[in-house]
Design a protein around this ligand. Structure first.
Ligand code: R5P
Length: 292
């Protein structure tokens, strides 16, 4: 006989939207980030946004453009879920002001575009941390009335110390010292927890050694960004390590669209994220597709 809690009495729009972007089998996601133009202008690989996006669309579970990219370069008939970039107001031309972000898209506009969610960069530890955390709380508060997904990003701008943590290398390109590595875990753990405590349904951050600690301390599921373009095997390696440490997927851009073979790369990333393939197996798949 059914008991009271056996009956489903509620429907959650937010959970339903999550189901659109997470693969039902693996419970993970490959979110393709193509929003970089909002502060980088036209970075390599995104000069012709439409041309870059089209061959990759069949292989991503969701896509994250900025509002201009969405309106001008994406076919409105696409069935791929949209995660809209919702903060900005900065540009690489003033790299010392990268943390000075404001909300750039209203919740009404997100709904009009049929986005299932949005991203907000929060610059924890930088001069504008309060303003950027407020961007997250204000947008999440309003968007949650409609069941949209809030993704908070632990952004570091051009800060030399924090940049070192997310790049995983020292300013001169040398390896991080054991102390740097400890500081990186401490920082990312702190920043991720701050975002999840302030209403992010998903936290997007960067992989670092000791990532299990970051995942454990964060109340929300974590996806990793790729950061600057790395050699193919290296990118697959940190993706594999992040997934093994408990990340629920990637929100990756440059390591896919700047790869010499983006379509092969996104499929190799999928193999790691969704099928738990090893780095060697994923690289083999990459080579097969590249050569085909
Ligand atoms: C910043 O440019 C955006 O939030 C990107 O979407 C994010 O950094 C992920 O892209 P990538 O993998 O290139 O770091």
């Amino acid at each position: 006989m059914k008991k009271i809690f056996d009956y489903q009495m509620e429907w959650s729009g937010l959970q339903n939207r999550m189901a659109y972007m997470f693969n039902p089998k693996s419970g993970r996601t490959v979110l393709l980030a193509v929003d970089h133009g909002y502060f980088q202008g036209a970075p390599s690989g995104l000069e012709n946004l439409r041309k870059t996006i089209e061959p990759l669309l069949p292989y991503c579970d969701a896509i994250s453009p900025a509002i201009g990219g969405l309106k001008t370069s994406m076919d409105p008939r696409t069935r791929t879920p949209i995660i809209l970039r919702a903060t900005g107001g900065n540009s690489m031309r003033r790299s010392d002001e990268l943390d000075d972000e404001i909300a750039t898209v209203s919740v009404e506009e997100m709904i009009r575009c049929n986005a299932i969610g949005f991203t907000v960069s929060c610059y924890v530890g930088l001069p504008n941390q309060r303003q950027t955390i407020e961007n997250l709380t204000t947008l999440a508060d309003e968007a949650h009335r409609y069941g949209l997904i809030a993704i908070g990003i632990t952004a570091v701008g051009a800060d030399p110390v924090l940049t070192k943590f997310v790049k995983g290398e020292r300013e001169d390109g040398g390896e991080l010292t054991p102390d740097d590595k400890k500081d990186a875990v401490r920082y990312l753990k702190h920043a991720c927890r701050v975002l999840s405590e302030n209403g992010a349904d998903i936290v997007k951050t960067y992989y670092c050694d000791g990532f299990e600690e970051v995942v454990d301390a964060c109340l929300s599921p974590i996806v990793i960004a790729g950061g600057t373009k790395r050699p193919t095997k290296e990118a697959l390696d940190f993706t594999h390590k992040a997934i093994s440490a408990g990340a629920v997927g990637v929100d990756m851009g440059r390591n896919i669209f700047q790869n010499e073979h983006p379509v092969a790369m996104i499929q190799a990333v999928r193999a790691v994220v969704h099928e738990g393939k090893s780095v060697a197996e994923a690289y083999e798949l990459y080579e097969e597709i590249r050569n085909a």
